[in-house]
Design a protein around this ligand. Structure first.
Ligand SMILES: Cc1ncc(COP(=O)(O)O)c(C=O)c1O
Ligand SMILES: N[C@@H](CCCC[NH3+])C(=O)O
Length: 446
C-alpha cells in the first residue's frame, strides 16, 4: 500500500487523512464519499509555482479545471496564485461564481459554441485557445460584435506521440485537437490571425496528452514549439510572447507507477525552453503549463462501504461496494488500475485475492480486478486511492444513482464542498407533459 500527503494509519488502525479518521468521515457524510487532502493540493500548487519561479521567473501555472472543479477549488487555486484552464461555459460559470478573476482564465475546447464564446467575451476571459480556422473566424466575428479584442492562443499539434492510453493522447497528427505543423495548417492560422482586427495573437499552446511518465515527449514538444515560434518570426516578423505547454504529467495510481519528481519535471521544461530560445536567439516568452491530475490526483480518495460478497468457487470472489462507474469512470474508459485499502482495518494482513465491483447495471462496472486484501465483509470501509482527478469531474447519474459529496479535510477539520445529490435533485429537471399526468398527480395539480 502507498499513502501520500497527510494520509496515515492512526492508533485505532484506521486510515486518517488531513487529521480526520475516515470512519468518522463516513459516519458524518455517508458513502460513497470523495475526500480531498487540502494540504497536499496546496503543496502541489506551491511546488509547481515556486519551482517555476525559481527556474523561469516569467511563468504562470494554470490549474486545469477539468480534473476537478468546484467553487471551493477555484478559491484554493486563486489563493495559491495559479491561473485557471477552463473548457466550457459551465466551468467558466463555476469560476465566476467563486469570484475567480476572468482575466486569469484560459479558455480551451475544440468546439466552443457561439453562446459560450459570447459569455467568455462578456466576462473578460483572458485568453482564448483557438483550435481551428472556423473557430478563429467565429471568435473574430463575435469579438467584433462585442467591440472587443480577444487575447488569442493557437492550439498546435506538435506531432509528438506520448506513451499513454490512446484515448488520452492529443499531440499526434491524427487528433481532433489543434492545428498541424507539417501540413502548414498552423502557419496559415497565424497569418489569418494577423489580418484580423478583433483577435490579438498572444501565444501558442500545445498539450500532448495525459498521465505521461516519459519526459522525452514533453521535451520534444517544447523544442518543436520554440522552433515553430522561430519559423513564425522568420516568415512573418511576429514574435510570440507566450508559450503554453499544457499539462499531462503522470501520477501514481498503483505501486507500479513511478512518476518523475514534480520539481524535476518543471526544471526540465524550463531548461528546454531556455536552451531552445538561446539557440535561436529568441526572446524568452512567458511560459505557462496547465497541470490538472498532478495537482489533485493523489490528494483524493474515495470511501465506499462494502456490501455483497459473492464467491464463484474456483473462479473469482466479487466484493461489491456502494459506488462504481458512476463515481469512477476511468476503469471502464481506460482500463485504469487502482489500489485500495480497508480503511477500518489498516493493520490487517492481506489474506485473499478479490475483485471489487461497482453496483451499476454493467458487467464492465469493475473498480479493481484481482487485488490482495484482508478478508472483506459487509460494512467494511474501503478506500480507493488516487481518485482526486477526473473522478468527481466525470461522475454521472447512470442508473439514477445520486453523485457523491466531496469533503476537503485539513488539520482535523472536514468541510463539505459539494453536497450529496438527493433523489429529488435527480428529478428536479424532469417534466411530465400534461397529457401523461398520472391520475393521482392530475388530482394534486387541480
Ligand atoms: C488542454 C489541456 N490542458 C491541460 C490538461 C490537463 O492534463 P493533466 O490533467 O494530465 O495534467 C488537459 C487534459 O488532458 C488538456 O486537455
Ligand atoms: N479524463 C481523462 C483525461 C483526459 C484529460 C483531458 N484532456 C482521465 O481520466 O485520465
Amino acid at each position: 500500500m502507498f499513502l501520500t500527503g497527510t494520509m496515515r494509519v492512526n492508533s485505532k488502525g484506521h486510515l486518517e487523512v488531513g487529521g480526520c479518521d475516515t470512519l468518522d468521515l463516513a459516519k458524518e457524510f455517508g458513502t460513497p464519499l470523495y475526500v480531498m487532502d487540502e494540504e497536499q493540493i496546496r503543496k502541489n500548487c506551491a511546488e509547481y509555482r515556486d519551482t517555476f519561479k525559481e527556474h523561469y521567473p516569467n511563468s504562470q501555472v494554470a490549474y486545469a479545471g477539468k480534473a476537478f472543479l468546484t467553487k471551493a477549488m477555484c478559491r484554493l487555486v486563486d489563493d495559491e496564485g495559479l491561473a485557471l484552464d477552463v473548457v466550457s461555459g459551465g466551468e467558466i460559470h463555476t469560476a465566476l461564481a467563486a469570484g475567480f478573476p476572468a482575466e486569469k482564465m484560459l479558455y480551451h475546447g475544440n468546439n466552443k459554441t457561439p453562446e459560450e464564446i459570447e459569455m467568455a467575451l462578456e466576462n473578460g476571459v483572458g485568453r482564448f485557445v483557438v483550435d481551428s480556422y472556423s473557430e478563429l473566424e467565429l471568435l473574430n466575428a463575435l469579438a467584433g460584435e462585442a467591440g472587443k479584442v480577444a487575447g488569442l492562443y493557437l492550439r498546435i499539434k506538435p506531432g509528438v506521440e506520448a506513451h499513454t492510453h490512446h484515448y488520452i493522447q492529443t499531440g499526434q497528427v491524427d487528433s481532433k485537437f489543434g492545428m498541424g505543423l507539417a501540413d502548414g495548417e498552423a502557419m496559415t492560422a497565424v497569418k489569418m490571425a494577423a489580418k484580423m482586427k478583433h483577435v490579438e495573437l498572444k501565444g501558442l499552446h500545445c498539450h500532448i496528452g495525459s498521465q505521461i511518465f516519459d519526459l522525452k515527449p514533453f521535451q520534444m514538444a517544447a523544442a518543436v514549439m520554440v522552433d515553430f515560434m522561430q519559423e513564425i518570426k522568420k516568415k512573418t516578423g511576429t514574435v510570440i510572447g507566450e508559450l503554453d505547454l499544457g499539462g499531462g504529467f503522470g501520477i501514481r495510481y498503483t505501486r507500479e507507477d513511478s512518476p518523475y519528481s514534480l520539481s524535476g519535471f518543471v526544471e526540465l521544461i524550463a531548461k528546454t525552453v531556455k536552451d531552445k530560445c538561446a539557440e535561436h536567439n529568441y526572446p524568452l516568452p512567458k511560459l505557462l503549463v496547465e497541470p490538472g491530475r498532478s495537482i489533485i490526483g493523489e490528494a483524493g480518495i474515495t470511501l465506499y462501504t462494502v456490501g455483497s460478497v459473492k464467491e464463484i468457487p474456483g473462479v473469482r470472489k466479487y466484493v461489491a461496494v456502494d459506488g462504481g462507474m458512476m463515481d469512477n469512470l476511468r476503469p471502464a474508459m481506460y482500463e485504469a488500475k487502482y489500489e485500495a485499502v480497508v480503511a477500518n482495518r489498516m493493520n490487517d494482513q492481506a489474506e485473499e485475492k478479490v475483485s471489487i465491483a461497482g453496483k451499476a447495471c454493467e458487467s464492465g462496472d469493475m473498480l479493481i480486478w484481482d487485488i490482495e486484501l484482508p478478508k472483506l465483509q459487509r460494512g467494511d470501509l474501503m478506500a480507493v486511492l488516487s481518485t482526486g482527478a477526473y473522478h468527481y469531474s466525470m461522475a454521472n447519474n447512470y442508473n439514477r444513482f445520486p453523485r457523491p459529496p466531496v469533503v476537503f479535510v485539513k488539520d482535523g477539520q472536514a468541510d463539505l464542498v459539494v453536497a450529496r445529490e438527493s433523489y429529488d435533485d435527480l428529478v428536479q429537471n424532469d417534466i411530465i407533459p400534461a397529457r401523461m399526468q398520472a391520475p393521482a398527480a392530475k388530482k394534486a395539480a387541480n
